[in-house]
Design a protein around this ligand. Structure first.
Ligand code: AMP
Ligand code: MG
Length: 419
């Protein structure tokens, strides 16, 4: 069962910092999967989370059929051990089966996907047969059952096809179609409100004045949330004004299952954000032992889960992927949210200071020998958003490690498969 969100425990390690794993586990374990589901047409189920176990109404394949273009035979007819001659007495095409029973000494011309006729148990590829008019000659060197795809060998009638919690991708939507299922029950969409805070932020389309920057976090967050398939409530930029911030949090929490903000969670900064959150909800302000992305706020505002990401654009994406994504997936009721991490040698030396787990931006590529290697994606500072665009993976370096020699195996998390 889900535990309530721990209140004001802050950090519980000796150093006062939370590890990435600790923070992720706390967040995922403290949220509940939303109730509520809807029945949708098959195509509308793409990227949604299945809210029912699907039991197959039919066998797939629905009948024994041929895996090859060739000839259906009875394996017993090959028992002599020498070359055998059989009479071609009919044909079975995909969609137009042979409706008689095949007798000993006979063979039926058969196409890929066509039903194996009654009496036959084996298919010989046409390349392994000599045909002469209405007879074929074949060697006896064949196995019973070869080239036959059996009824129900993919999915059995009455058996489990897909489980509740499965994200419906292209394979799943096709699988459901193969069962003839026109609609399914999926979880309702998670509602996520998000906004940026900060007096320095301008919206795109507005001119920049001295000391101002464009609000890019709301766009990366929009992108990641859109790919995740949630209902978006974009609340814009909220200026550094106590009342407006308080109103924004209240409105967001009343509209959404989860509220995501960026910025204003570092130590000693934008105190009124922290102050407002302290007043409104049960929020932990954590220091995470990761780079980029040290500060993170997590808790509840009224009934909504609140995730306060740091302000720097790369930190936003790194912490979204490591913490917000699995937490939201848990709320959406999705299974299989373990991050995919693989080991690859690094092409060049990587600079690192011991202390925090690094999520450096990397480029997974092939070296001159065609082997997969990873290299840094240029400048690694947390405001260099172009590095996220150049990169196709995170290079995850353990907290205690210092500089990494070229050729060392490092953990990488490909962006492919992230959202
Ligand atoms: P903060 O955590 O609010 O101190 O922000 C850290 C850094 O991120 C500062 O340089 C901010 O200007 C920048 N920043 C905060 N919010 C945004 C945003 N929405 N878009 C781009 N940069 C931002
Ligand atoms: Mg700020």
């Amino acid at each position: 069962m889900n535990n309530p969100i721990p209140v004001k425990t802050d950090c519980d390690t000796d150093t006062g910092w939370l590890s990435v794993e600790q923070a992720r586990a706390r967040m995922c374990d403290s949220v509940k999967t939303i109730d509520g589901f809807e029945r949708v047409a098959l195509r509308d189920a793409l990227n949604r989370i299945l809210a029912e176990d699907v039991i197959s109404p039919i066998n797939v394949p629905p009948y024994d059929n041929s895996a090859m273009d060739g000839y259906a035979i009875r394996a017993a007819d090959l028992a002599s051990g020498s070359e055998v001659t059989l009479n071609v007495t009919g044909s079975s095409f995909a969609g137009t089966p042979y409706d008689g029973e095949m007798k000993s000494g006979e063979t039926i011309r058969i196409m890929t996907g066509a039903k194996v006729p009654a009496g036959a148990d084996t298919v010989i590829m046409q390349e392994q047969v000599q045909r002469d008019g209405d007879v074929i000659k074949i060697s006896s060197d064949h196995k019973q059952g070869q080239n036959v795809r059996y009824i129900g060998e993919d999915i059995k009638q009455g058996g489990p096809a897909l489980s509740s919690g499965k994200k419906i991708g292209s394979a799943e939507i096709g699988l459901l179609a193969s069962l003839g299922i026109p609609e399914v029950t999926v979880k309702r969409k998670l509602r996520v409100a998000f906004f940026s805070t900060g007096d320095e932020l301008r919206a795109v389309g507005e001119p920049l004045e001295d000391g101002q920057i464009y609000d890019s976090n709301r766009y990366t967050i929009y992108g990641m949330l859109s790919q995740l398939g949630v209902e978006l409530i974009d609340m814009g930029v909220i200026p550094d004004d106590r009342n407006m911030i308080e109103n924004a949090f209240n409105t967001a929490a009343s509209l959404a299952d989860a509220v995501i903000t960026s910025g204003g969670v570092s130590v000693g900064e934008a105190d009124y954000v922290k102050e407002t959150l302290d007043k409104l909800g049960e929020i932990n302000f954590w220091k995470i032992s990761m780079k980029p992305g040290k500060p993170l706020a997590f808790g509840k505002v009224n009934n909504a889960v609140f995730i306060g990401l740091p302000g720097n654009p790369v930190s936003v994406m790194a912490t979204f992927y490591q913490f917000a994504l699995p937490t939201l997936q848990r709320m959406m009721g999705q299974d299989d949210v373990e991050p995919v991490i693989v080991k690859v040698p690094c092409k060049n030396m990587i600079k690192k200071r011991p202390g925090r787990t690094d999520f450096q931006r990397g480029v997974l590529m092939r070296n001159e020998n065609g082997e997969l290697v990873v290299d840094g994606a240029g400048m690694q500072a947390s405001h260099i958003l172009s590095g996220m665009s150049k990169a196709n993976c995170f290079i995850i370096l353990p907290a205690e490690s210092g500089n990494i020699d070229a050729g060392t195996l490092v953990d990488i998390q490909p962006f492919y498969g992230l959202i």
